[in-house]
Unconditional design. Structure first.
Ligand code: UDX
Ligand code: UDX
Length: 451
């Protein structure tokens, strides 16, 4: 076995695989990194000037490494690279199952299974297979079973190395991570992977654990983060009826060093590809392993989030009532600085507003409107705007759903809203004084209802 890997292949050029491999290649010029994907259009985009993922700083990293020691190619084309690889990362999607045992909760491992088969077909010599995708605890058993049965004479090890990057800050998170987690069963493969990360991550930030702990720790970390958002959102509803202000409550709670200030920002609800999917996976695991009480606890984090989105849209629908009218939706992405709208609040809220017969005009600086509508399954009653000004023209309500910087300082005096328009700030980013002095009513999350 080669203790310092020289060749890496990553299967899956998505939001996780692409940026992660770009940073590894950038920081480790002595390692050849090949990223393969079944999706030819995505690979073409990675090889172009218009990358398929919008992330601050990503362009520069890709420009430095691409063609030097970073390569993007189709999966079939990458088979030969796989034969030479010391490390193979699996970074394909692990969506929630839609049918069969565990439908609606359990992770669908079909892509992980087909990747394992692909590795078994092409790997030669000794190969360390690394789970980069978030997997349910004991998923490595599935990979090991497929490799053991189908590998042609080679040997393998399986490691869990979950990614903790957050979208919008992916490059910063990858270049300077809080920690890198490597779970495995034997020290040698763990050391081989740690040697890659040590080229830019301080050794004390590399945590090693058993395989099952690493798999579960990733689910647990996401569940803890989401739980904090649901906790503060639960309090936001109480703030609205008691006169307390959720941002003040969060500041006090977060100033306790045992709790800390992060992930206490009340919002219209968390989104993104991970939180809901990973908590559902955790719920399923709890049920499957006979701990329904723990399953119910985590399930409630999701229920609260669904309720938060629903009650935000309900407020608008109630306010506009029979007058109908147009709602300007600002922000389709699930957070700022990304073009990703998976599980975004906008997906849910646009659907609810349209179902209530309201007209919707949307503006987002990065999300493609047509792709958004296709994913949401909506076509009637919704239209795109090219600017904030255009979105707000003639609107009876404005819903701020993403905290894009350009929304913070909107000058409402320069917009042609209807005179009685209400502003619904789902991110608490607008200045209440400025909204008031422009003559509009502001509804924020958690307790600035009097404004
Ligand atoms: C995915 C998972 O959703 C997440 O749980 C995990 O932690 C990391 O991987 P992401 O990178 O955001 O996250 O997914 P996505 O952007 O959908 O990318 C996955 C890519 O894998 C797609 O480009 C898809 O075409 C590719 N893929 C999938 C393959 O190349 N081969 C396959 O067999 C299956
Ligand atoms: C998350 C985890 O942070 C990351 O470690 C993991 O690898 C993948 O899942 P991501 O989903 O990209 O990352 O973004 P994150 O910053 O965690 O935000 C998730 C959602 O929670 C967003 O919709 C965000 O707006 C919302 N959020 C976050 C809040 O509503 N309030 C907060 O205080 C923090």
């Amino acid at each position: 076995m080669n203790p310092t890997p020289k060749k890496i292949v990553c299967i899956g050029a998505g939001y996780v695989g692409g940026p992660t491999m770009a940073v590894i290649a950038d920081r480790c010029p002595g390692i050849e990194v090949t990223v393969v994907d079944l999706n030819a259009a995505r690979i073409a985009a990675w090889n172009s000037d218009q990358l398929p993922v919008y992330e601050p700083g990503l362009d520069a990293v890709v420009r430095r490494a691409r063609g030097r020691n970073l390569f993007f190619m189709g999966q079939a084309e990458g088979a030969q690279k796989l034969a030479e690889a010391d490390l193979v990362f699996i970074s394909v999607n692990t969506p929630t199952k839609t049918e069969g045992e565990g439908a609606g909760k359990a992770s669908d491992l079909r892509y992980v299974e087909s990747c394992s088969q692909f590795i078994a077909d092409h790997a030669r010599g000794h190969t360390i297979v690394v789970e980069k995708s978030t997997m349910p605890v004991r998923a490595a058993d599935t990979i090991k079973r497929i490799l053991a049965k189908n590998l042609h004479g080679g040997t393998f090890e399986v490691l869990s190395n979950p990614e903790f990057l957050a979208e919008g800050t992916a490059i910063r998170d990858l270049e300077s991570p809080d920690r890198v987690l490597i779970g495995g069963e034997r020290p040698e493969p763990i050391e081989a992977l740690a040697a890659v990360y040590r080229q830019w991550v301080p050794a004390e930030r590399i945590i090693t654990t058993g395989l099952w702990s690493a798999e579960l720790a990733k689910l647990a970390a996401n569940a803890f983060l989401a739980q904090r958002v649901s906790s503060i959102n639960a309090l936001s509803a109480l703030c609205e009826v008691t006169g307390a202000q959720v941002d003040e409550v969060a500041r006090v709670v977060g100033s306790d060093s045992r709790i800390g200030p992060k992930f206490l920002k009340a919002s219209v609800g968390f989104g993104g590809s991970c939180f809901k999917k990973d908590i559902l996976s955790l719920v399923y695991l709890c049920e499957f392993h006979g701990v329904p009480e723990a399953a119910a606890y985590w399930q409630q984090v999701i229920e609260l989030n669904e309720w938060q989105k629903r009650r935000f849209a309900d407020q608008i629908i109630r306010q506009l009532g029979a007058s109908k009218g147009k709602v300007a939706v600002l922000g389709l992405a699930f957070k700022k600085d990304t073009n990703d709208f998976r599980e975004s609040a906008a997906l849910h809220i646009c659907g609810q507003l349209l179902a209530a017969g309201l007209e919707v005009t949307t503006y987002d600086p990065q999300v493609d409107f047509t792709t958004f509508c296709q994913a949401a399954g909506i076509s009637q009653g919704i239209q795109p705007a090219q600017t904030i000004q255009e979105a707000l023209a003639g609107a009876s309500a404005v819903a701020v759903l993403t905290e894009w910087e350009e929304f913070r300082c909107i000058d409402l005096t320069k917009m042609s809203l209807v005179a009685s328009a209400c502003i619904y700030d789902g991110r608490n980013i607008l200045d209440p004084g400025a909204v008031r002095s422009a003559g509009f009513q502001l509804h924020s999350i958690g307790g600035r209802a009097a404004d």
